[in-house]
Ligand binder design. Structure first.
Ligand SMILES: Cc1ncc(C[n+]2csc(CCOP(=O)(O)OP(=O)(O)O)c2C)c(N)n1
Ligand SMILES: [Mg+2]
Length: 356
């Protein structure tokens, strides 16, 4: 029988888990400041996550999704974007959002249940956090389609989880985006778990990247704990999209070191020894080791960075805690441009219950 199609999936890595260069690094990594900026963004994200979990535990924040261990995915992707591009994140992409200019106070407000946490002062056209799994993927196709129709050299970048790839929304999006050669990049933040469902029970496919093949777009895997590799692969895909060459699907392999959210206890379904092993691959230590061993990072600089991140996070927390809450009617007012008639009575009831 003749063979009518064949494919391979490339896996890209520059730094191995011990922080050693496995191959020559991409050109941007020649600039130590560029690597230090990536490192700083990851440390800030981790500092923020730890504080947010502590706030939730002490009753001052709602449910929160930590990105512990996954910092390189968001940071690497956002570092490859231009300010005018559009980010459509899921709910674990604070690292990307901070680099895009979303304020830490805004994300605290969001997780504190405040509508203003989705109204970013900085990246006005970036999308808010999307908790429904994968529903922002069709939105990304829509954004990319609009950018193409307008002839604007901008790219829609959409990040979703491994679990998201099982959703119809994502398949439909990939099909549409490839067919119309849209300026979009889809990044799978594959942290190996969808709450308690492990990757092996999510799909029979060998890789998630190969889902690109059926759609008709390039797909590749990247070591999602190697921020240099993520930045490089995302950069190539984003510039391909900007040049009118269509979308790409990137599967970033990482690991969720935290619970799914603060509402979860992963020790009930996940083996501690697996988690301990995965700690050896985490992205911060890897880049720190590379920087230290190549003489670009000192203990004093590390201490100063940690202190600075702590100060910045504390200031954001203070601002968040000092923000007077909105009235409960805000949930109606921010959801619709025009309130559907059927909800008007509910809004009135809430307003009445709140009246002094
Ligand atoms: C449409 C929809 N179904 C179910 C849920 C409940 N839920 C929240 S997160 C999650 C798993 C998501 O897994 P993944 O896409 O891998 O993202 P991760 O949480 O690992 O970052 C589920 C099922 C939801 N938020 N939205
Ligand atoms: Mg997942």
């Amino acid at each position: 029988m003749p063979q009518v199609a064949s494919f391979t999936i490339e896996h890209v890595r520059f730094l191995d888990p011990a922080g050693q260069a496995a191959r020559p690094l991409p050109v941007f990594a020649d600039d130590p400041d560029a690597l230090i900026a990536l490192y700083g963004a990851m440390v800030l994200t981790r500092t923020f996550d730890a504080k947010a979990v502590a706030l939730q535990r002490t009753g001052r924040l709602g449910t929160f999704a930590s990105s512990l261990g996954q910092e390189a995915v968001g940071v690497g992707v956002a570092a490859a974007m231009r300010p005018e591009d559009v980010l459509l994140p899921s709910f674990r992409e604070q690292g990307a959002q901070f680099l895009r200019g979303v304020r830490m106070t805004e994300l605290l407000l969001y997780w504190g249940g405040d509508e203003r946490g989705s109204d970013f002062a900085g990246p006005r056209e970036d999308f808010p956090i999307c908790v429904p799994v994968g529903t922002h993927a069709p939105h990304a196709a829509g954004v990319a389609h609009a950018l193409k129709l307008r002839g604007e050299p901008r790219v829609a970048v959409c990040i979703f989880g491994d679990g998201g790839t099982s959703r119809g929304d994502v398949y439909e999006t990939l099909n549409f985006a490839a067919l119309h050669r849209l300026p979009a990049v889809f990044v799978i933040n594959n942290n190996q778990w969808a709450i308690s469902v492990p990757r092996a029970r999510q799909t029979a496919a060998e890789t998630l990247a190969q889902k690109a093949v059926a759609a008709g777009m390039p797909g590749c895997q990247v070591d999602g704990n190697d921020v240099i590799a993520v930045r490089h692969v995302a950069g190539e895909a984003i510039e391909r999209a900007r040049a009118g060459e269509g979308p790409t699907l990137i599967e970033a392999l990482t690991y969720r070191l935290s619970d799914h959210t603060t509402a979860d206890d992963a020790s009930r379904y996940r083996d501690d020894t697996e988690v301990s092993l995965r700690w050896k691959e985490e992205p911060l230590a890897r880049l720190r080791r590379y920087l230290t061993e190549s003489g670009r990072w000192t203990k004093a600089e590390e201490e100063a960075l940690i202190a600075d991140c702590g100060t910045r996070v504390d200031a954001a927390v203070e601002e968040y805690l000092a923000t007077p809450p909105m009235p409960a009617t805000a949930m109606f007012d921010h959801l619709y441009a025009q309130l559907p008639a059927a909800l008007a009575a509910q809004r009135d009831a809430v307003a009445e219950a709140e009246a002094p």
